[in-house]
Design a protein around this ligand. Structure first.
Ligand SMILES: Cc1cc2nc3c(=O)[nH]c(=O)nc-3n(C[C@H](O)[C@H](O)[C@H](O)COP(=O)(O)OP(=O)(O)OC[C@H]3O[C@@H](n4cnc5c(N)ncnc54)[C@H](O)[C@@H]3O)c2cc1C
Length: 550
């Protein structure tokens, strides 16, 4: 659509994504200089609609951004009161004593929050400072200057026909130009992916690694609700089939977040992450908690797991990548929100100094240095071997060696294993179907466990059907000619929203169907497709899930 004429608007800083990283950057810029013009563009129908996190929040980011957040009424009101860690077998579990856990795993001082609500509140704070925030505006393209630097984004394209041609209601959107563009798209952002590739920002780094996180909100029997309780489990049902585990967080109002993460470097292409999650809820410990309750929301999102050694260079001319676009999750703590916020603050401080010095459209090197040498780098560096140790030695070996490495790092500041490599991408880790046994999953009972499409309706996802599919195949023949015979087309199973189907009818050739309307924007297909044939691009603004208090 290069020949389309668009209006353009100039800002000091253009921010893509109203997640914790983007909103923190916007707030810090205005705190530093109220005269800076700052805009935040969000593809969700409202701020928070696409936010999915656990979430136990380490308030380090919030403390740095808005020290009087309590007085200002932040929706951060449920302190963690109890921390449990279980190794599960099919019928029972062993509670690991908290004393064995490295101190960084302790949740004392943290809060159970809805990150969606925290982002809604951050957006109010930002608007109060004069930041312009436009929800329902998907950023679909980057705009480059003649010298190759990133100069802005295209946002707000609506009304394309399924074949990509303009319909009668076509709106071309507009160009938003900035002295600097911040990409706060979160994990596997579509514009972020383009910038990393175009500027070679991951050269010399380990591949980024990911997990798939699925989450339900349950309202449970008040007699069983223990506000402030945090429980993590490992072991059953995944065993050694894949890395991952669960989280169960008791927030307020008798609600519980029940979530499950499956590391996407699993080999067996028959594995069905969504069904592992559903099966998990039948464990006696979880079933007892949920019995008599009801599931009120469902969603899914990829989570970055590569850590310190996978962080791309976060800057290129005119652009800086924030938060989980860089992959700032501390894997053993399953926490990235504090680092996302700290990264937004650091990028804002670098851009403010640069603009004050009369600079624009260059590399914000101070931001890159702040990420690796500041509190974020420190947080991620000491846990950098946990993920590769788990990948190499499986659950028990990974847990033992990873725990030891974290303890030694905690006591001496050194890691026993140096810096371990991840090696393969998650897509390349996928094995051939013939080398693995299919897994027999029990049928959901409709009480504790649900079929995928029923659950997707609880994400309130919605996409205008007449637009082009936002899940693009580089080669339309690959799913049936390569992925089906070689990998039993795993897209049918790894997608937590049932977007992909192989339809096999008697007497007809098998067909690959993409039900893009179901997509919850988790990005797993873009990550895990073994042929790397699927690209997730943003659909038009306002589409996608409409999460309540995820
Ligand atoms: C299941 C799960 C559990 C987790 N648990 C925890 C936890 O307990 N504690 C913790 O601290 N962290 C947790 N995390 C990690 C945490 O969610 C991330 O670190 C954090 O969300 C990263 O923030 P971000 O601002 O980088 O991106 P995001 O939070 O992903 O926000 C990105 C925003 O940008 C928008 N966007 C993306 N692309 C575009 C575009 N092209 N145009 C316009 N808008 C766009 C999105 O709609 C979204 O609103 C968890 C993650 C998952 C998946």
């Amino acid at each position: 659509m290069a020949d389309i004429e668009r209006e353009s608007v100039e800002y000091d800083v253009v921010i893509v994504g109203a997640g914790p990283s983007g909103l923190s950057a916007a707030i810090r810029l205005k705190q530093l200089d109220p005269d800076l013009s700052v805009v935040v563009l969000e593809k969700g129908s409202e701020v928070g609609a696409h936010i999915l996190s656990g979430a136990v929040l380490d308030p380090a980011g919030l403390d740095a951004l808005i020290p009087d957040w309590k007085a200002k009424g932040a929706p951060v009101t449920v302190p963690v009161r109890e921390d449990n860690f279980y190794m599960l077998g099919e019928a029972g579990g062993i509670r690991l004593p908290n004393i064995l856990m490295p101190p960084l795993m302790n949740n004392h001082g943290n809060y159970i929050v809805s990150m969606g609500n925290v982002c809604r509140w951050l957006a109010e704070q930002a608007e109060g400072l004069g930041v312009e925030i436009f929800p329902g505006m998907a950023c679909s393209e980057l705009v480059y200057a003649d010298d190759g630097s990133v100069k802005g984004v295209v946002a707000g394209v609506f009304g394309l026909n399924a074949d990509g041609t303009p319909s009668d209601g076509f709106e071309p959107g507009m160009e938003l130009h900035g002295k600097y563009v911040f990409l706060g798209e979160g994990v596997r952002g579509s514009l972020t992916k383009e910038v990393i590739s175009k500027f070679g920002l991951s050269e010399g780094k380990e591949p980024q690694k990911f997990g798939l996180g699925m989450k339900e909100i349950w309202e449970i029997d008040p007699a069983k609700h223990r506000e402030g309780t945090v429980t993590h489990t490992m072991g059953w049902p995944l065993g050694n089939n894949a890395g991952g585990g669960s989280f169960v967080y008791h927030l307020d109002n008798n609600q519980v977040y029940v979530g499950f993460v499956v590391h996407l470097n699993y080999e067996n292409p028959h594995l069905y992450p969504y069904m592992e999650f559903q099966r998990f809820k039948h464990h006696p410990m979880i079933a007892e908690l949920l019995k008599g309750g009801k599931r009120v929301a469902y969603g899914a999102r990829a989570i970055s797991e590569g850590g310190y050694q996978s962080m791309p260079n976060p800057v290129a001319p005119g652009v800086a990548i924030l938060g989980c676009g860089v992959g700032l999750v501390n894997v053993p703590r399953i926490k990235g929100n504090h680092n996302a916020m700290l990264s937004g603050i650091a990028a804002a401080e670098a851009a403010h100094s640069a603009i004050k010095a009369g600079r624009s459209s260059d590399r914000l090197e101070d931001y890159a240095t702040a990420l690796t040498d500041g509190p974020i780098g420190k947080d991620l560096k000491r846990v950098r071997n946990v993920k590769p140790l788990w990948s190499k030695f499986g659950l028990l070996g990974g847990l033992s060696f990873g725990g030891l490495d974290m303890w030694v790092a905690n006591l001496t500041g050194l890691n026993l294993f140096g810096t371990m490599r991840h090696g393969k991408t998650d897509a390349a880790a996928t094995g051939k179907a013939k080398d693995f046994a299919p897994i027999d999953y029990p049928k959901p009972d409709g009480v504790l466990s649900f079929d995928r499409l029923t659950n997707v309706s609880f994400s309130m996802t919605n996409h205008e059907e007449s637009q082009p599919a936002h899940l693009r195949l580089a080669d339309a023949s690959v799913p049936i000619s390569i992925n089906l015979p070689e990998y039993a087309e795993p897209a049918q199973r790894y997608c937590p929203a049932g977007v992909y189907e192989v339809v096999e009818e008697a007497g007809k050739d098998a067909r690959f169907v993409i039900n893009f309307q179901n997509c919850v924007h988790c990005k797993t297909c873009d990550i895990k497709d073994p042929s790397q044939n699927i690209t997730w691009v943003t659909p038009q603004g306002g589409d996608g899930p409409n999460y309540p208090n995820m």
